[in-house]
Design a binder for this molecule. Structure first.
Ligand SMILES: [Fe+2]
Length: 220
């Protein structure tokens, strides 16, 4: 039995999520997450856990952060968690048709029958619009509207404050790590340079939402 939990200094009451895989996630107070998250988790695990284990570590960290803050975004908490679980599924080698993971993931999720709003959140996560422009795929990504809501900001926050190994970090640390990992010439580094202010603003809006709840516990 594997237990993933994020312990918070504010000592909120935790509810448990038991998945068919035997994994237990502990979330903050509120409605327990349900079928959508279970489906998302099994799909992401199937595509990433063996093929891309480090990416899977990152995804689990992002998902756990989404679980931790999900109650703040009710009635959209389950959607937020499912999007966090699936946001990088497009990196799976058998799904990488364009090589742009946000678009490949969205197309795969559409074909898999995912709810439209979930698909759109994955397609647009972490300022994908700007990366699509750099890759010449702006028209293709435009098929998926960006809802520009606090839930969307929260997804960006969860992704952009989590290391590749699934450990919480500041946004600046995350941005620097991406630049170092890919190198200055890579399209991802160029994208991050362009997207930095927009992502930082989404992270900051989410932090401001979390502060009154006591859930802004990381030094982001
Ligand atoms: Fe990610």
């Amino acid at each position: 039995m594997v237990i993933h939990s994020v312990d918070s200094p504010c000592r909120v009451r935790w509810k448990s999520l038991r998945l068919p895989s035997g994994v237990i996630w502990r979330s903050a107070y509120g409605e327990p997450v349900g079928e959508l998250v279970t489906w998302a988790y099994e799909l992401a695990r199937e595509k990433l856990a063996v093929a891309l284990p480090r990416r899977w570590q990152h995804v689990q960290g992002v998902a756990m952060e989404a679980v931790r803050i999900s109650d703040v975004f009710e009635p959209h908490g389950e959607l937020l968690i499912a999007a966090a679980v699936l946001h990088d599924i497009g990196y799976a080698p058998d799904l990488a048709t364009t090589g742009f993971h946000s678009l490949d993931g969205a197309r795969y999720l559409t074909a898999s029958g995912a709810p439209e709003r979930l698909v759109n959140l994955v397609a647009n996560h972490s300022c994908a619009r700007l990366e699509a422009q750099l890759r010449g795929l702006a028209a293709e990504l435009a098929a998926y509207p960006d809802e520009c809501t606090p839930v969307r900001d929260a997804l960006w926050y969860c992704d952009m404050t989590m290391t590749p190994d699934g450990e919480p970090c500041s946004f600046d640390t995350r941005a620097e790590e991406i630049h170092t990992r890919y190198g200055p010439e890579h399209v991802v580094s160029q994208f991050m340079a362009q997207a930095r202010d927009e992502i930082r603003a989404a992270v900051q809006r989410t932090k401001e939402t979390l502060v009154p709840t006591g859930l802004d516990t990381w030094d982001h």
